[in-house]
Design a protein around this ligand. Structure first.
Ligand SMILES: [Zn+2]
Length: 498
């Protein structure tokens, strides 16, 4: 690793935020629709060719369409956290839809403990696994309602509509590779709730819609059936606005729409668990949770992202850092970085740094106060386009937004703040994923990684926002809070877009 030169890239001083447009004080209702799996470029192309008439009419005509980035890992539910709690997955200790907690990982007598997979019935535990330090929008705004939200802390009894009822349908949607009927039930549940008096309306409504994500996994992000799903959601949004108009509240509504991740077409599947097993490890992988002697665990999300955990001399108590990981698991690291399906692997290095290794080079990123210090050897695994750099945190997004790995410095730093994040984080290249024989039906599209296809997401508002450059999904929480004249009571990394 060459000595790090403290050479600033771009302006040396933090960029001043644009002057803030005070939000309208006439907002009685904030509605947030999470358009799961919407790709930013696909939505923009559809809007530009007049194929999303309700987006155009009710959102874009007078509102904002902002370039956004999601979080690492870019996977469903985990990537809802920034929007509903204002926190990154690292701070939420939620590094994937499957994870292992090494401090509690034990083979036990009947089942292995200290792990989670939110795929299947354990979905119901997502909410209870969130740390007390988080604050949800529902806690901040007690008069809230959600439709089928896995994050529901703070919602009063009966205010998470269609939640319990939805599970049989979710099961069917997975195996029939479509969730338009789940969205339809969710929409009907919302409409039924809008049948009372306007004065009884909640102040905040959250509605996730899954049709595009499911169609993308089943057919690919550009398939006709996926485009049909975008247009179905456009139709749902039109119907919701029509109902709010009938209620006489549309003029006092702030509607935000955003996605949790994009998608990339997947042709080949690397069975990461089998690969690690072939290196001589006894590997834990969901759903096989029976007790046995184990010295590695693979937890795939998305399926282009994986947390990989390894024991040290049979012990699981804590994460391995830098030299000890390199010394004890050199063959695993070398095998992973040179696999053609693997984009790069990353792991904790000394003094809080994160090391990134790829086929052609290795990089080191660390935080120093308000700056990121980045250096690399060989080819830059993050392809940031600058050599040795010191980047102020206020510039980290704008400098990387057009690269292959948008917001790489911030995202790699935040994910390793979780003690449940793997000893190694592995991502696959577009065209591949990391979960082979266990995934059925076969996925033809993936997400979860840091590549631009997964990270870039649309963020829309029916009212004009002041944001002039790219923003993060962590900015949605303080924006909705401000719409409701509320302020987070916890420290959060985002800023309001008003
Ligand atoms: Zn999703």
């Amino acid at each position: 690793m060459p000595p790090i030169r403290e050479q600033p890239v771009g302006a040396t001083e933090p960029r001043a935020l644009p002057s803030r447009a005070a939000h309208s004080t006439d907002i009685d209702l904030a509605v947030f629709i999470l358009a799961d799996g919407f790709r930013a470029d696909v939505l923009r192309a559809l809007c530009e060719s007049d194929k999303m008439p309700n987006f155009s009419r009710y959102v874009l005509r007078e509102g904002s369409h902002v370039e956004g980035v999601t979080v690492l890992p870019s996977v469903t539910d985990v990537a809802y956290l920034p929007m509903l709690t204002g926190q990154y997955p690292g701070a939420a200790n939620m590094p994937g839809i499957r994870w292992v907690d090494k401090s509690r990982f034990a083979t036990g007598n009947f089942v292995v403990s200290g792990h989670r997979s939110y795929v299947g019935p354990a979905h119901l535990r997502f909410n209870e696994d969130l740390p007390d330090s988080l604050e949800t929008l529902f806690e901040l705004s007690p008069n809230s309602m959600a439709i089928r939200s896995d994050i529901h802390r703070g919602l009063s009894s009966g205010s998470n509509r269609f939640y319990g009822m939805s599970w049989p349908l979710m099961f069917l949607s997975h195996y029939f590779k479509r969730s338009d009927f789940v969205d339809k039930f969710a929409f009907n549940s919302l409409i039924r709730s809008l049948n009372g008096n306007a004065s009884d309306l909640p102040r905040f409504i959250f509605l996730p819609l899954l049709g595009v994500d499911t169609a993308s996994h089943a057919h690919g992000p550009h398939h006709k059936r996926t485009i049909d799903a975008y247009q179905r959601i456009d139709g749902i949004i039109g119907s919701i606005v029509t109902r709010l108009k009938k209620f006489g509240v549309w003029d006092r509504t702030h509607l935000m729409i955003a996605s949790d991740h994009g998608h990339s077409q997947t042709q080949d599947h690397l069975d990461l668990t089998r690969l690690v097993s072939e290196l001589g490890y006894s590997v834990f992988e969901h759903p096989s949770i029976y007790p046995r002697k184990l010295d590695a665990a693979v937890a795939v999300s998305g399926n282009a992202f994986a947390n990989v955990y390894v024991a040290s001399d049979g012990r699981w108590e804590r994460s391995l850092v830098g030299d000890e990981l390199e010394r004890e698991h050199q063959r695993l690291l070398e095998t992973l970085r040179h696999r053609p399906e693997v984009e790069w692997a990353a792991y904790r290095h000394d003094n809080g740094a994160v090391k990134i290794i790829s086929d052609s080079g290795e990089g080191l990123v660390r935080r120093k106060g308000e700056r990121f210090i980045y250096s690399y050897e060989g080819s830059d695994p993050l392809e940031l386009g600058f050599s040795s750099a010191s980047v102020h945190e206020s510039e980290a997004l704008e400098l990387t937004i057009d690269g292959r790995f948008p917001d790489a410095l911030e995202q790699l730093s935040q994910i390793f703040t979780s003690e449940r994040t793997g000893d190694l984080v592995v991502t696959s290249k577009p065209g591949y994923d990391l979960r082979g024989r266990r995934e059925w039906p076969e996925h033809r599209s993936s997400h979860g990684a840091l590549c631009r296809e997964h990270m870039k997401v649309p963020i829309l508002s029916n009212r004009p926002l002041s944001a002039s450059g790219p923003v993060r999904t962590v900015d949605i929480f303080p924006t909705i809070a401000e719409s409701l004249d509320l302020t987070s009571t916890k420290p959060i990394p985002g800023r309001s877009l008003w």
